[in-house]
Each structure stands twice: as C-alpha cells, then as structure tokens.
Design a protein around this ligand. Structure first.
Ligand code: ZN
Length: 157
C-alpha cells in the first residue's frame, strides 16, 4: 500500500475526489481533515479524505456540521469550485471565452506560452490570479485545443 496519506487515500477512493467524485489528478489533490486539525481532528485515515484543493480551502476549519451543510446545500449536484468538473470534456466559461477569442485570431494566435499568457491576462483586463491562469491553460490542454511543447504553443484547430 502507498505509505503517504494522499497516495493511500486517493487509491482507496479510486482516484476520485471524495466530494464531487470527479477524476482527481494528484496535482489538484489535497488531504482534507473532516474534523479539522484546528478542532482536534486526527491525522488518521478515518478522519481524512482526498479532495480538490479548492474544496479543501473552502471547507477550511469549519465544523463538521457546517461542512455537511455545505455538501447538502448542493442538493446532489456538487461540483468542486476549482474547474475540475464531472467528465473530462466539461470546461469553464473562462476557458470557452479564451477559446472563442483565440479562434477568431486565426494565424495571429500567440505561438509562445508567455505570449499566450499575456493575451489571456489582457482578455481578463489583467484581473486574473496566477492560479486561475494555470488552471485555464490546463483546461485548454485537456480540451485538446492547445498542446504545450516547452515554451511553444501548438493549436489543434
Ligand atoms: Zn471535487
């Protein structure tokens, strides 16, 4: 068995997020203490699950009661708030906007990762966190719209 809690729990959960049951890449995964460490929760597997980092941050050190409430409030349609959604094809409105904009540019599309990043920043009037930017790139790649080859960007269509 994997010895690290994150690896072990992710394996036990079949590679899926505990809350939204979406496939959870290890890079997006984090260990969530159901009873928060701050509230005396243990580090044992019986108190820990693996979920998306954004969900973990949202739940934070809320009480278990409040966490259950957050989950119930989604009425069975829980999607973790980090863009990782059910089905690999699901993409966010952000990504759709970027794809629509880039598609219009034809051969004028940025060919370097750095240029692509500044194009996306200006699209969002620079009002975009680095984390969200990185997530967007991941989505564009997952969608098959771009392939990142070192510092270069290749477009599939
Ligand atoms: Zn999730």
């Amino acid at each position: 068995m994997p010895t690290k809690p994150l690896d072990r729990l992710l394996f036990a959960q079949g590679g899926l997020c505990f809350f939204c049951t979406s496939p959870l890449p290890k890079a997006d995964a984090s260990v969530e203490h159901l009873v928060a460490s701050a509230n005396g929760g243990s580090n044992g597997d019986e108190n820990c699950v693996v979920c998306c980092k954004a969900m973990n941050a949202l739940l934070g050190s809320r009480s278990l009661k409040e966490k259950i409430q957050v989950v119930l409030n989604q009425k069975g349609h829980l999607k973790c708030p980090n863009g990782v959604q059910k089905g690999a094809k699901a993409i966010t409105d952000d990504a759709k906007l970027v794809i629509a904009n880039l598609s219009k540019r034809g051969s004028g599309r940025p060919k370097a990762v750095s240029t692509l990043l500044s194009t996306i920043r200006s699209l969002f009037q620079k009002d975009i966190a680095e984390e969200r930017l990185a997530l967007l790139l991941q989505q564009l790649e997952r969608e098959g719209f771009i392939t990142i080859d070192g510092a270069k960007v290749l477009y599939a269509r």
